[in-house]
Design a protein around this ligand. Structure first.
Ligand code: ACM
Ligand code: ZN
Length: 484
């Protein structure tokens, strides 16, 4: 049964599939019968093909969307055996991200990415819209973000260096267009407004929101900067709440991401008001001050009916609880993300060594991504599994859409198959991906070729050295050399 089923070209692979009759039946003329059935799992579907009809059952619009997509995929085979598929997602949250702060992309390119992600049944688009290197979301009430924050005077990201100013900003109409496009494809859009760190573009626009109040530039290089928001200044909260009011008005979905990663606390340590705030609150350290800040912003959003996602560093201060936030884990943080999950918290898993897609395959072979078991460490801690899975891509080193695609594909598909469930074997995934590859090519999306996806260990060394040159860390090197 299984061997015959493996001829199907579907990604993610169906969880349950059975051949129920004759082989090699023409699919082209088969009729389609749609049945709404509340007994089918959320976002799930069944398809029964008896040679004459595709009988499709689903309980909701997502199930219908994925079922029809699957019928189309099977029809491209021209002939199929009579079969029955039952399918439903392993994870409710199945994400893909795009960093438009370091390098931005056109609305048309983003729509192509969304089409590809929807094809792999991903249902959350995490859109990184603000960072040290640029502010990309139009905010009517804070015009300097649009005028000053959206421009850097040049770009110097390792391989690419460009002396010309770089400007990009999504208008509200463009954002609404992308949201509508996602909705039609059963995808929720989660904007990320990264605070209190990664804030150079905010401070370049409104320097009084920093501890020193000194002028700052939108950054032209990759890095972690000390340009962070002053958390003891009420004007910072007034500013943020104004921005977030507009963000909430634009994005009609459940979640807003408020960042909270890579926040050095030096500015707060040097700020008399931030030091006083820490003492007045009896906090042990400045990481707790970050926790207090994130909690206040989360509470503001909660009162507006939203839920909040933060990067896992925000847990460090021990302030945030499962009632306050959903956590996105990418690296480190000791066991806190797993403990948070064990305490009933929702955690989205985006492990750096497996699910970061902006690294060469020499550093993270595709097989290593495919074979990763995201629930393993959660199970060990007694939490069973994370709430969600997300593919990450950052664009310091990616300045055009074709390069973005060669990094993102097929890794996005491998992560999507873990998120939906139904993984088979890496070899089988590779065979199935050949059909997806053809389809993506027709959409103008070129994937990394098979020969580049899994280099032998010796050929991987230059990629690894290149990346870590300057900050070679033996622990990280060991994690990278692992193949699974
Ligand atoms: C991150 O990669 N700084 C979340
Ligand atoms: Zn301060």
């Amino acid at each position: 049964m299984r061997d015959r089923a493996l001829n199907f070209n579907i990604i993610p692979h169906p969880k349950k599939i059975a051949i129920i009759g004759t082989d090699n039946v023409n699919t082209a003329d088969a009729e389609l019968r749609l049945i709404s059935d509340s007994a089918v799992a959320k976002e799930g579907f069944s398809i029964k093909f008896d040679g004459k009809t595709f009988k499709v059952s689903f309980a909701d619009e997502s199930g219908k969307f994925y079922a029809l997509q699957t019928v189309e995929q099977i029809k491209t085979l021209k002939k199929a055996p009579e079969f029955k598929i039952e399918d439903y997602p392993e994870y409710e949250y199945r994400g893909f991200s795009l960093d438009c702060a370091r390098h931005s992309f056109t609305v048309d390119e983003i729509k192509r990415l969304i089409d590809a992600a929807a094809g792999f049944r991903l249902n959350r688009f995490h859109w990184h819209l603000t960072d040290d290197q640029g502010w990309r979301i139009e905010i009517d009430g804070k015009p300097r973000l649009n005028e000053t924050g959206s421009v850097r005077k040049s770009s110097d990201f390792g391989g690419h260096s460009d002396k010309r100013p770089y400007r990009a900003l999504f208008s509200k109409d463009e954002i609404r267009d992308i949201i509508a496009y996602c909705r039609e494809r059963r995808i929720e859009v989660i904007p990320e407004i990264d605070i209190p760190g990664h804030a150079s573009a905010i401070l370049a626009s409104y320097p009084h929101l920093g501890c020193s109040k000194k002028p700052v530039e939108v950054q032209t290089k990759q890095g972690i900067y000390n340009n962070i928001l002053c958390v003891s200044n009420e004007e910072v909260y007034n500013f943020l709440f104004g921005v977030l009011d507009e963000v909430c008005e634009l994005f009609p979905f459940e979640y807003i991401h408020i960042g909270g990663d890579e926040t050095p606390t030096k500015s707060w340590e040097n700020c008399p008001d931030c030091r006083k705030m820490k003492e007045d609150l009896g906090l042990e350290n400045f990481s707790s001050l970050q926790g207090v800040f994130m909690k206040r912003v989360a509470e503001y959003l909660k009162a507006k009916g939203k839920k909040v996602i933060v990067w896992n560093e925000s847990l460090k201060g021990g302030i945030l609880t499962p009632e306050d936030v959903t956590v996105q884990r990418w690296m480190g943080g000791g066991n806190s993300s797993y403990e948070f999950a064990e305490a009933g918290g929702k955690v989205i898993e985006s492990d750096f060594f497996h699910y970061y897609c902006d690294y060469p395959f020499g550093m993270t072979p595709l097989k290593k991504t495919y074979n990763y078991e995201p629930a393993k460490k959660y199970k060990k801690c007694g939490a069973q599994k994370p709430y969600g899975i997300e593919a990450e891509i950052w664009t310091e080193y990616i300045s055009d859409f074709d390069t973005l695609c060669r990094f993102y594909f097929p890794r996005m598909a491998a992560i999507a198959e873990a998120a939906w469930g139904g993984k088979t074997s890496y070899k089988d995934f590779t065979l199935r991906y050949r059909s997806a590859d053809e389809k993506l090519k027709a959409m103008g999306i070129n994937s990394a070729p098979e020969r580049d996806r899994d280099l032998n260990p010796l050929l991987r060394i230059p990629d690894i050295i290149k990346f870590f040159s300057g900050s070679l860390n033996l622990g990280m090197l060991k994690d990278h050399m692992e193949v699974s």
